[in-house]
Write a protein that binds this ligand. Structure first.
Ligand code: MIG
Length: 798
């Protein structure tokens, strides 16, 4: 054992000494040094879990992040004993453990180093507060870039930064504010074209240093708990993302309406105002599916109550809105008003459900209702109770819930003091260990309740705080942002980062929560948000009376905003398919360019652009008055969405950016499905589904997923997966389809529009039958449109 000097806050640093003994049991290995035990668990070919017991005994092996469905798949692996190391190998990886200091080197099967300990594991007594600080340090590899870590409002590549996770109500945060609301201790490394991930599953305050303190060291530590991390190998970053998402769990499919447009404000009230807003959308023909009720719908901010004066008949209001195609989402905060006449308070007190301080007094703090107490969501019994409270909301017709203030946020104090006690599923811990999962477990209990009471309908949840894995039950938004151009960029970076951190279902408050955007900023923000999985306008404009609705900025802007919200609805089959890919494979819906072209260093620091799904590349307009934008296109061919101009990638190009266009590219060869225009999802049955096919002479695959858009029939196979393969040549267009079909769509035909044909076609053959092409089929010299039955299998054109 090697020991360094100590200070009054921290004890000496302890480094493991040599391996004295080892054992293998099933798929795990243990290595014993004088003090420290290292457990290595082979989870899969490319996933290895490392756990360290500082002084001879492991803590309870328990996680709020990992999915119950995570299987440790039986695979081929083994161990070799070398003179200086042990080597654990799988078909994909080699893990070397140094005999004299326990340091780890991980390489691919050819021996190329992927990740290597610098000092590796070490620990230190936390003299000031008790417990042990758990460290691990790795070497920064040449040219290494770092990504991930949830919602950090900073450059996409985290190299040179130090960041931490301790959920915080960061009202009006700015670039580089840290920490923010969410706690996702997961990062990626990329060097020499090879990507990997490290998920440090520890709920204490966690800190990551990506070569800031020492240029050549990447280290991460927690102020308690255990060093417990998953190493996830790619080499493709997207594959790392998929594996991480499988470890921490994939979501169910959301109701289709949740992918529509959401309108929110702090707050819409009384009920007549809510109806007015809804009417305005329909009158102006601006599509919208969801209206939110912020805190003012409640009676004195008491959760699960309604303000009788402003909302005398909530069920009636919701019914009326439903008839117009609107769903209602209501906010629920964790703070329960101290009020002896209030049933939720009474029940919680009676059953001992609220958090207590170390001395046994209730944890009391001021939030919106005044003095409040707070449920201990880390107690499974409390979670069950909390879930049950949603019965009345569901019965009133509420279809989604918005969990706020759950970092937890407390006025004046900021959050809970660290001495607050928590059950932590039977472990009994202080707030230091439970803080980062407080909002996580609140949202988990909320989701469980809404799901139960809304059955057979799907429900929707949005939460502000969470820990890794919350994507299993909730969406998130980026919190209290500001109406500024810098925040438009932050929204883009934060959503990309959340998506590669397992949480794809995310968006920002369009237009900014704090402050007042002008028409141009609002319009540019709407254009970006069409390509965010969650599309919601929200603002805190109650005080000033400022309005932030799509029509608030005058007719010129309204027209463009309407065009883009309409486009959102046309793209729904594509967005929904992308969600399905995420839900089934864990593939992030938003993909930073570094994740789609990782061997191209030009993409590594690119934060202005990203892909939404397999086929669309977006680069938002980022400055006031911008007339033109430089866009980097990764390798391959791309069509400009607005005029079908074709570009070859692996270079930067410039496009004009008039107010009614955002730089938007379609991957050549792709099939892009499109709904007809609508005012809300499932307004009328879709009678014809458009398929835009973008000609290319390389082989390109696309997919379309369809189901009822609600209910759980898809879990019993009631869905369609249609796979397209375009294999055209310069002389012939050729599209082939394969499908699994078990859901009856309302439409029977596809209108197909082929873009960018290099020739003027004369013959069209559909499933072996020649069909005459008439002049009206030619939309332009290189654009052809025709109708085919939904179940076609093969189309060619010369
Ligand atoms: O202390 O419910 O981030 O979206 O409108 C502010 C009022 C509390 C903060 C949320 C914001 C919400 C607001 N809430």
């Amino acid at each position: 054992m090697q020991v360094e000097t100590s200070s009054s806050k921290y004890g000496a640093k302890h480094y493991p000494d040599g391996i004295r003994d080892w054992k293998k049991e099933g798929n795990y290995f243990c290595f014993y040094t004088t003090e420290t035990i290292l457990e290595i668990r082979v989870i899969a070919d490319k996933i290895i879990r490392f756990r360290y017991a500082a002084e001879g005994s492991f803590q309870r092996d328990f996680s709020y992040a990992t999915s119950d469905t995570l299987e440790e798949s039986p695979i081929a692996f083994g161990i070799k004993e070398w003179e200086e190391t042990f080597e654990i190998y799988t078909d994909e990886l080699k893990v070397f453990i140094a005999r004299d200091n326990l340091r780890i080197t991980i390489s691919d099967k050819e021996g190329k180093v992927i990740n290597q300990d610098e000092m590796g594991y070490h620990w230190q007594h936390y003299l000031l507060k008790g417990g042990k600080i758990q460290y691990c340090s790795k070497l920064v590899q040449e040219g290494e870039c770092f990504y991930g870590l949830g919602d950090k409002p900073t450059e996409l590549n985290l190299r040179g930064k130090r960041l931490e996770n301790y959920g915080t109500d960061a009202y009006g945060y700015q670039k580089d504010t840290d920490p923010l609301y969410r706690n996702i201790p997961f990062y990626y490394g990329l060097h020499h074209g090879v990507g990997y991930g490290i998920f440090f599953d520890n709920t204490f305050r966690t800190i990551f240093d990506f070569g800031k303190e020492r240029e050549d060291a990447c280290s991460f530590w927690a102020r308690g708990g255990e060093m417990n991390y998953y190493f996830i190998y790619g080499p493709d970053l997207l594959e790392v993302a998929e594996s991480y998402t499988k470890i921490t769990g994939t979501p169910e499919l959301p109701p289709l309406w949740a992918l529509g447009y959401h309108q929110c404000r702090w707050s819409y009230y009384p009920d007549t105002r809510v109806k007015e807003i809804a009417k305005e959308f329909r009158k102006r023909k601006i599509p919208c599916d969801v209206i939110y009720l912020d805190i003012d719908y409640m009676d004195g901010f008491r959760c699960f109550t309604w303000n009788k004066e402003w909302f005398p008949d909530p069920a009636g209001l919701i019914k009326e809105l439903a008839a117009e195609g609107f769903k209602v989402v209501v906010i629920i905060d964790p703070g329960i008003k101290v009020d002896t006449d209030y049933a939720v308070y009474q029940e919680g007190i009676k059953n001992n459900y609220f958090c207590k301080r170390a001395d046994g007094a209730l944890m009391e703090g001021d939030v919106w209702p005044g003095k409040c107490v707070f449920p201990d969501y880390t107690n499974p019994e409390v979670r069950e109770w909390w879930s049950s409270l949603f019965k009345s909301l569901a019965e009133t017709g509420v279809r989604g819930v918005w969990n706020d203030m759950n970092e937890p946020a407390v006025f004046e104090m900021g959050s809970f003091p660290e001495d607050v006690r928590h059950d932590y599923d039977g472990e009994e811990v202080s707030h230091r260990k439970a803080h980062n999962v407080y909002g996580h477990l609140m949202s988990k209990a909320t989701a469980a309740g809404m799901k139960k009471y809304l059955m057979p309908n799907r429900s929707f949840l949005i939460t502000r705080s969470c820990y890794a894995g919350a994507q299993r039950w909730s969406s998130v938004w980026t919190g209290d942002n500001v109406s500024s151009w810098e925040h438009l960029w932050l929204a883009s970076v934060q959503c990309q980062r959340l998506a590669v951190s397992g949480i794809s279902f995310t968006g920002s408050d369009i237009g900014g929560f704090i402050g007042e955007p002008d028409g141009e900023l609002y319009t540019r923000w709407i254009q970006l948000a069409v390509f965010h999985p969650l599309m919601r306008t929200h603002s805190a404009s109650n005080e000033t009376g400022f309005n932030q609705e799509p029509w608030s900025f005058g007719p010129e802007y309204e027209k463009v905003v309407t065009k883009f919200i309409t486009l959102r609805y046309k793209l729904l089959p594509y967005l929904y398919t992308t969600f399905w890919q995420y839900a089934t494979h864990g593939t992030p819906m938003l993909r930073p360019l570094a994740f789609v072209a990782q061997t191209d260093v030009a993409t590594h620091n690119c934060s202005h652009e990203f892909m939404f799904g397999d086929s669309l590349l977006i680069s938002h307009v980022s400055e006031k008055g911008m007339q033109e934008k430089a866009v980097y296109l990764p390798a391959g061919n791309w069509y400009y969405f607005w005029n079908d101009q074709k570009y070859a990638g692996a270079k930067e190009i410039k496009v004009k950016t008039p107010l009614d266009e955002i730089p938007l590219f379609v991957k050549a060869g792709a099939v892009l499905p499109e709904f007809p225009e609508m005012q809300y999802t499932q307004q009328t049955p879709v009678t014809e589904m458009l398929l835009h096919v973008y000609f290319d002479d390389t082989e390109v695959k696309s997919v379309l997923y369809e189901d009822a858009g609600d209910h759980y029939g898809y879990k019993n196979g009631q869905y369609n997966v249609i796979r397209f393969k375009q294999r055209s040549t310069a002389q012939q267009f050729y599209l082939k389809k394969q499908f699994y079909i078990n859901y009856e769509t309302s439409y029977k035909n596809h209108r197909i529009i082929v873009h960018g044909l290099p020739f003027k076609p004369t013959t069209l053959v559909v499933d072996g039958q020649a069909i005459a092409l008439l002049p009206e089929n030619l939309l332009a010299d290189n654009t052809v449109s025709f109708v085919v039955p939904r179940n076609f299998e093969e189309i060619s054109m010369k």
